[in-house]
Design a binder for this molecule. Structure first.
Ligand SMILES: [Zn+2]
Length: 231
């Protein structure tokens, strides 16, 4: 018997290191920065695609580098713009927001609203990221981070189930909650939690480290199994 999945969507805020031609002069001499983890999350698109395929749901993929405008920060946050765009005239920063930020953020928010409009099961939003295993000279002892709000019972239960299923498949992995970042830090899922209550929305960020590509299949299968318990 096929158990239906809960309504869901997958997003990749840091999938791209592209910079549209109009803004490229700002990045002259900063090619290394753009190619680094500061510019994008390598592997996050592939993970997002695999999750969306398995769960049979919509996928939102950022088209531009986070160094242009950071889709995972709220308006007014000091990291919304990077050191390459922060000093731009206000009209140009507004253009960046209107062309590359709000369409993405509003698109995701509308998709969540649509998926929860009928009062059925909550919408599961998975936001795929990757992190560099070495940060500021220290090696991070985490293979997979599941980031959520511990005050939201559904998010907590879902992540526990996902972790248990993943560890059952891959006992070698270090799966951590709210590492290397906190799920309640400013971000797209945190913003959406403010719009949708626990009964309607689960916002989970998923961050993979070095072992990434090799564990993608197990990660996706465990997620699919955990998601079925929401329906
Ligand atoms: Zn990221």
């Amino acid at each position: 018997m096929t158990v239906p999945s809960a309504p869901c969507l997958v997003t990749c805020e840091h999938a791209s290191r592209e910079v549209p031609a109009r803004w490229r002069p700002l990045f002259a001499g900063h090619e290394e920065l753009l190619a680094s983890h500061r510019g994008w999350d390598p592997g996050s698109r592939e993970l997002g695609e695999a999750l969306a395929r398995r769960l049979g749901c919509a996928l939102f993929v950022a088209a531009t580098s986070r160094l242009l405008v950071e889709l995972n920060r709220s308006p007014g946050h000091p990291e919304l713009f990077s050191e390459l765009t922060r000093e731009l005239p206000e009209a140009e920063r507004t253009a960046l927001l209107e062309e590359h930020y709000f369409p993405y953020r509003h698109g995701v928010e509308t998709a969540v609203a649509e998926r929860t409009a009928d009062g059925g099961p909550p919408c599961l939003h998975l936001s795929a990221h990757s992190f560099t295993p070495v940060w500021e000279g220290r090696c991070r002892e985490v293979d997979v981070g599941l980031l959520f709000d511990p005050a939201r019972p559904r998010e907590t239960a879902f992540c526990r189930r996902w972790r248990d299923l993943l560890e059952h498949r891959r006992p070698d992995l270090a799966v951590r909650f709210n590492e290397p970042y906190l799920g309640v830090d400013d971000g797209l899922t945190t913003h959406l939690r403010g719009r949708f209550p626990d009964e309607r929305y689960l916002g989970i960020e998923l961050a993979g480290g070095a072992a990434w590509a090799a564990l993608r299949r197990d990660l996706v299968e465990a997620c699919d199994e955990a998601a079925r318990s929401l329906a």
